[in-house]
Design a protein around this ligand. Sequence first.
Ligand code: G3P
Ligand code: CA
Length: 264
Amino acid sequence: APAVAAPADADRPLVIGHRGAAGTAPENTVSAFKDARAAGVDYLEIDVQLSADGVPFLFHDDTPARTTNVAEVFPGRENDPVTSFTWAELQQLDAGAYFGPRFAGERIPHLDDAAKVATVNTGVYIEIKSPRNSPGVEQVVADALAQDKDWSKLLEAGKVTVIGFDEASNRTFAGLAPEVPLQQLTGSVPDAATIERWAGFVDSVGTNYRTLDAEDVARVDAAGLDLGVYTVNSAEAVQHVLDLGVDMVTGDFPVQADRLLDGL
Ligand code: G3P
Ligand code: CA
């Protein structure tokens, strides 16, 4: 796969809005994507899963309990896998009201809705979330990127990266779409041998910033991979990861992250 698009200023990491902009709008909704775009960040991040009837939808959790009104619409199904719902059922859920009354009525988006909000300035990080719950999701994402005109445009502009925690799923995706930049997510940076293995099919590593130290950064760098961190939500955390020299910063408040970086 080709290298991830380089930041305009090599000293300035790319800024990525987490779940769109989970700090200012309901996560993984069009409102959050628009907030990220308005903030002018480099990418918005989304989590994709497959409905029971095979439709790619944007949702983080394994169940609909926390961020929807499922208890009202489908009583008793609160803790069912969100992937056990059909697309038509998912569309009956309110995915905004949990965040505040002004977001009531916000729907669970389709994968392609993110591409419609994205631009050649604000691209998309597509996380393949819990792929074991969504068999075949790698092929669905690869097909969308190849066949949908909004996704193809973003891909050509170097503004799409696919990310995921599941190594086997990432390998599958790399085999299906070797031209798409790919990132291995992890809770902490592993030993050099594991990073070398990842370097066989990904361009970058994304880790929790809380566990990160200079030796971790050096090991990722030695493997020729870029390094991203999540979820960075304070000025202190931004300064910490800049001092360590990371390439991408994912946070819930993309406006704030962008301003913090500009001011540093
Ligand atoms: O950017 C990576 C981050 O999104 C991974 O964590 O749980 O928010 O999907 P999570
Ligand atoms: Ca995510």
